[in-house]
Write a protein that binds this ligand. Structure first.
Ligand code: PMV
Length: 340
């Protein structure tokens, strides 16, 4: 009888405050980035592996349905990680995965799915009898080769990915936790996602990253991100929400400015995105309640604030921001922090 090994793993999505935009080498970042993981937006993955002598065969089920269109992408990913997990050269791999959040809602599913898959593949490797001395690093590195930002979803909380002189252990190859140097002001952040537009992205992040290769502002962006990483880590350490908000918005708007000034250039903000940003900044000015926002490569807004301000902010969201969202959709999530 053939040996079948099973595992179940999940992983959270993440939202970047300093953005990764542009790649070098094999999915390494042009600049360092920092994100936090979410607590409700997860990918849940079941993997079964059957040891055989045959060339690896993959079956993939997404949300209950076979998704063959994903197999070439998975084969490419596995080829890239075979040197790290040689058992994947042969056998039958059965992957079943589902998300706890809706598609195309402004929550990055590639990060959570590749992180949960990376955890699963390393767990199977251990169950087969392989030992991995630095398991956390290996998982993050494998996730990175699947989707760059996924390497920030293999552990919970605040994760730094990319070499920066500010933290000597930082690496372009994997993410590291910076939770221990984060002030309690940033341990309970809320992320309310304003779903301005449902539907898939007009431009894939792969294309977006590649447009940075010959971007006229490439070096300027690398300098800006490095400087923002240093400022962000300082603000996270001191608990300075005001400084955090400045960096957060500068990064979000710079990401979109970079997309607009690419060749070809493109705009991913919708009219309601701009209107919501104006309302958020006006509300902050008039009420003095600290809140900020970030954007990924799409029109949806991540509104970020501390738990203690929920009572003041959520009525504002419902009255003034939800009407700008498609079907009034707002997803209320929050940071997940490692408790151990
Ligand atoms: O990991 P990718 O290739 O999907 O790129 C993610 C890029 C951004 O979400 C825009 C920024 C980031 O750092 O997550």
């Amino acid at each position: 009888m053939q040996q079948i090994i099973k595992t179940y793993q999940d992983a959270p999505s993440n939202i970047a405050i300093v953005k990764y935009w542009g790649k070098k080498g094999l999915q390494e970042p042009q600049n360092p980035s920092v994100s936090f993981t979410l607590s409700k937006a997860l990918t849940k993955t079941n993997v079964q592996y059957e040891l055989t002598d045959n060339k690896l065969n993959i079956n993939f089920i997404f949300e209950g349905k076979e998704k063959d269109s994903f197999i070439p992408k998975l084969n490419f990913f596995i080829k890239n990680i075979e040197h790290l997990l040689p058992y994947l050269k042969s056998g039958n791999l059965f992957i079943e995965t589902e998300n706890t959040f809706p598609h195309s809602s402004g929550i990055a599913s590639s990060a959570s799915s590749m992180a949960s898959l990376a955890k699963s593949l390393v767990d199977i490797s251990e169950k087969i009898g392989n030992s991995h001395t630095n398991k956390q690093v290996l998982i993050s590195e494998i996730a990175r080769l699947g989707s760059g930002s996924a390497c920030r979803s293999t552990q919970e909380g605040w994760i730094l990915w990319g070499k920066t002189p500010v933290i000597s252990e930082s690496s372009d190859a994997y993410g590291i936790s910076v939770n221990t140097s984060v002030h309690s002001n940033f341990e309970d952040l809320q992320d309310s996602i304003l779903v301005i537009r449902k539907g898939s992205k007009a431009v894939s992040s792969t294309v977006g990253h590649s447009l940075m290769n010959n971007h006229p502002y490439k070096q300027g962006r690398i300098n800006q991100a490095n400087s923002n990483i240093a400022k962000l880590l300082k603000a996270l350490g001191t608990g300075d929400f005001e400084q955090f908000a400045i960096i957060c918005e500068e990064e979000a708007l710079s990401l979109h400015a970079l997309m607009m000034s690419s060749s070809p250039g493109y705009t991913l903000m919708a009219p309601e995105t701009l209107e919501a940003i104006n309302r958020i900044q006006e509300f902050r000015k008039n009420s003095q309640v600290p809140l900020t926002f970030t954007l990924d490569a799409g029109p949806n807004i991540h509104l970020i604030y501390q738990k203690k301000h929920i009572r003041l902010i959520q009525p504002f969201i419902k009255e003034h921001l939800a009407p700008l969202c498609e079907d009034q959709t707002v997803i209320y999530d929050e940071i997940s922090m490692q408790t151990n």
